[in-house]
Design a protein around this ligand. Structure first.
Ligand SMILES: Cc1cc2nc3c(=O)[nH]c(=O)nc-3n(C[C@H](O)[C@H](O)[C@H](O)COP(=O)(O)OP(=O)(O)OC[C@H]3O[C@@H](n4cnc5c(N)ncnc54)[C@H](O)[C@@H]3O)c2cc1C
Length: 489
């Protein structure tokens, strides 16, 4: 099957009738429900874009010759890497980088695990074959994916097997002839229920010991598998117009708790079965984390461009761009953007073929970028908030502008240096939705926790960083100091 269109994406969701709950109710059709229908339209536009720009968004499948999504490509050259990133960028631009879980993120994971599947074979060659076949299946059917990596936050001081109710977290219940039975809760599936399938994988950061083997599983199943429930948090899409809520009304992806009640997973969909050692190494040894970080960096560059454009427009609108601290804050965003671009350039141009023949970006560049952005993004949001000041609260709605009594008053009273009131408020509503609305606050939280807990990610970064050569510089420097050690020390 060739890459899907937006219409096909929506039809599949309707047909699947995933078990989604929100605001205390079972959703009968996510494609029509106010909490999901708008983001589903945005997702559909991504799939349509594949056919609007086929030269950029599609390539010929190596197995069927069908035109499949470029974001599934196994890059074999630096040009391939760049082509895949350009497709990622094209998708990200449709939302200013605000759809964090557009399908390319998990397409990169599925690709990497599918082609670098040796690790899964350590337990049984069948698991490696499963990963390979799943990549082909996802690519050929343009499967949209959600994923869940985290155990519930019960008691973080204890391993899963030590929890007072050790059956809360998703765990292996039984191995059967045809597959496995799993039961329990996993967090937190962004786009849960508005995608075709779910990937269950270990955390990218947290490591487990052998006693947590029953919790150490990886598999992929359709989102309408019996026993699977997506329990969504309340929606931040309040059904407002695009003028009022320019981001929340289109890009509110939703986050869901995922409940598995004795769910059956056929063996052909299992990649890791009760093996903490393999789980601990999955993301790094398959290079999945590298290809996912490449997608994330490309997306975050688009997001930073969007934020910079917004900050500069706010400066223009209220005539603050000549003030020193305002320029300095603008420079901070610019330097962030340029640093991210440098990481991307280094990642792509220092890429090397891995042992499976995949052109793999420079991991140090990407690891640095993925550790750094969660730290800097809250600052970028703060800058926009500080520059916007009262303008982020003086934001009447579109309906106010249409009201005969007050429309003309606010149109005049809220004019800017270069904009009329209606246009200035529209701009500031965008800045508010990016920073302070429920949607904007979630974006900040999301970026902070995107790849895992930044504190533990930072510890892992510190641990894996090559340090000896730097200590050697100091040893050598001190060794050249012209002195002689006293005989008594
Ligand atoms: C908006 C949003 C969307 C998300 N979407 C997804 C998704 O689509 N799929 C998915 O799988 N996950 C998703 N997540 C979850 C995300 O992966 C986690 O939030 C992240 O990995 C951190 O884990 P946690 O939330 O369990 O935090 P916890 O591990 O519970 O940490 C809570 C706090 O305690 C501290 N802490 C806990 N344990 C330790 C320790 N051992 N050492 C030091 N400090 C510790 C942390 O530093 C942190 O400050 C999402 C999260 C958010 C906020």
């Amino acid at each position: 099957m060739p890459a899907k269109t937006g219409k096909e994406y929506i039809e599949r969701l309707k047909k699947a009738n995933n078990n989604v709950y929100i605001h205390g109710e079972r959703v009968s059709d996510v494609t029509e429900h106010p909490a999901f229908k708008n983001v589903i339209q945005s997702m559909a536009k991504l799939y349509d874009l594949q056919y609007e720009k086929p030269e950029k968004m599609l390539y010929s499948s190596p197995t069927t010759g069908n035109k499949v999504g470029m974001t599934f490509l196994q890059p074999k050259t630096i040009d391939d890497l760049i082509a895949r990133r350009e497709a990622i960028t094209e998708w990200a631009r449709t939302s200013g980088g605000l759809m964090g879980r557009s399908p390319d993120y998990l397409n990169a994971e599925v690709m990497a695990m599918g082609v670098s599947n040796e690790l899964f074979a350590e337990a049984d060659p069948m698991f490696a074959e499963n990963a390979k076949k799943y990549y082909e299946y996802a690519r050929e059917n343009d499967i949209s994916l959600t994923h869940t990596l985290i155990h519930p936050q019960v008691n973080r001081a204890k391993a899963q097997h030590e929890q007072k109710d050790a059956n809360v977290a998703l765990h292996l219940v039984e191995k059967k002839k045809e597959g496995i039975i799993v039961d329990g809760i996993r967090l937190l599936a962004t786009q849960g229920g508005i995608t075709d399938e779910i990937l269950v994988f270990p955390s990218t950061v947290k490591k487990s010991g052998e006693l947590d083997d029953p919790y150490s599983i990886a598999f992929a199943i359709p989102n309408n598998t019996p026993g699977l429930k997506f329990i969504s948090r309340e929606s931040f899409d309040y059904g407002k117009s695009e003028w009022d809520h320019p981001l929340s009304s289109r890009f509110e992806e939703g986050d869901a708790i995922v409940s598995f009640e004795n769910v059956f997973v056929p063996w052909e969909r299992v990649f890791v079965c009760g093996n903490s050692s393999i789980c601990n190494r999955t993301f790094r040894e398959t290079n999945a984390v590298v290809h996912m970080a490449h997608q994330v960096l490309a997306k975050n560059i688009v997001k930073t461009e969007f934020l910079l454009g917004l900050a500069l427009s706010v400066m223009d609108a209220i005539g603050i761009d000549q003030f020193q601290h305002v320029q300095d804050k603008g420079a901070e965003i610019m330097m962030t953007l340029e640093t991210m671009r440098s990481h991307l350039y280094r990642a792509e141009h220092n890429a090397k073929l891995d042992k499976w023949g995949t052109m793999t970006p420079d991991y140090v560049a990407l690891d640095t970028a993925r550790n750094w952005y969660p730290r800097v993004y809250p600052r970028l949001v703060e800058i926009l908030r500080v520059l916007g000041a009262s303008g982020l609260m003086g934001i009447p709605t579109e309906a106010d502008f249409r009201n005969e009594d007050i429309g003309a008053i606010i149109h005049r009273g809220l004019q800017g240096k270069n904009l009329e009131g209606y246009e200035r408020v529209q701009l500031f509503r965008l800045a508010w939705d990016m920073t302070m609305s429920a949607f904007g606050s979630r974006q900040m939280h999301y970026e902070y926790y995107f790849f895992g807990d930044p504190i533990r990610m930072g510890m892992a970064y510190f641990d894996s960083y090559e340090k000896d050569s730097y200590k050697e510089i100091i040893r050598e420097f001190l060794g050249k100091v012209n002195t002689s050690k006293p005989s008594f020390v």
